[in-house]
Design a protein. Structure first.
Length: 241
């Protein structure tokens, strides 16, 4: 946990917009893991707003009161959307948590032709679990503040994007060739563990998506996502120079 994630409902009372009270696992992390004392300072992620700093002003009875004392560095929602064929639950857990850390703004999971039908019933796709993974990802990132949207579709979705790409080892186009506009939303589509069918590739093309070759090797779904996000952020940094 690189930052402490705070929500509007953590505000101590309606008369103060700077004091937050924690009495859950975040409080335990501060007291037991960080062994914090009154006066200690922390990097804070205000969900839906941005990044700031706060200090502990009270630690008592398994409660921690934090007072935000610095200006909020506003953070815009991420323009990165990903569409992923349903895969094994352990894979989905990694994708949701670490994809959030690396800047995914929206996850769209769907039942692909080669996805196991049982994956639709996975506990990972229940809000009470995936929201915890999203929170963990935000706490780790110390860069993003908006919790990604999660959409679950029992069939292949029909999506239209200004710019969209699907992973295809047969493509001759790399991310360097793609001429992405980093100021606009972009969709990256990943097949499930067993890959795309020819019919799905045709649907992706008809939806305006372009094939993208990420690596000369066959990657696990989560590794492909993380590799692509790393390339995306590197190219964005170069474009900003």
């Amino acid at each position: 946990m690189n930052s402490i994630l705070l929500f509007e409902h953590d505000l101590l009372n309606s008369h103060s917009d700077s004091v937050y009270r924690l009495q859950d696992k975040r409080a335990a992390h501060i007291t037991q893991h960080l062994k914090a004392k009154v006066g200690d300072e922390f990097t804070i992620t205000l969900e839906g707003m941005g990044l700031t700093r706060a200090r502990a002003i009270r630690i008592e009875n398994e409660q921690v009161d934090l007072e935000v004392y610095s200006d909020i560095q506003k953070v815009a929602p991420s323009p990165i959307h990903v569409m992923i064929g349903l895969s094994r639950p352990p894979t989905l857990k990694k994708i949701i948590e670490h994809g959030t850390t690396m800047g995914v703004g929206k996850f769209h999971f769907f039942k692909a032709a080669l996805s196991d039908k049982s994956y639709l019933q996975s506990k990972v796709l229940k809000p009470e679990l995936y929201e915890k993974l999203l929170n963990l990802g935000l706490s780790q990132s110390r860069a993003y503040a908006h919790r990604p949207e999660v959409v679950i579709d029992p069939a292949f979705p029909q999506l239209q994007y200004q710019q969209g790409f699907y992973l295809d080892q047969e493509s001759e186009i790399s991310l360097c060739d793609a001429e992405i506009d980093f100021q606009k939303e972009v969709l990256f589509a990943f097949g499930p563990e067993r890959g795309w069918t020819l019919g799905e590739k045709e649907k992706l093309k008809n939806n305006g998506l372009q094939g993208l070759n990420l690596a000369p090797t066959t990657l696990r779904v989560e590794h492909a996502l993380f590799a692509l996000l790393g390339q995306y952020h590197l190219l964005k940094k170069i474009s900003d120079l």
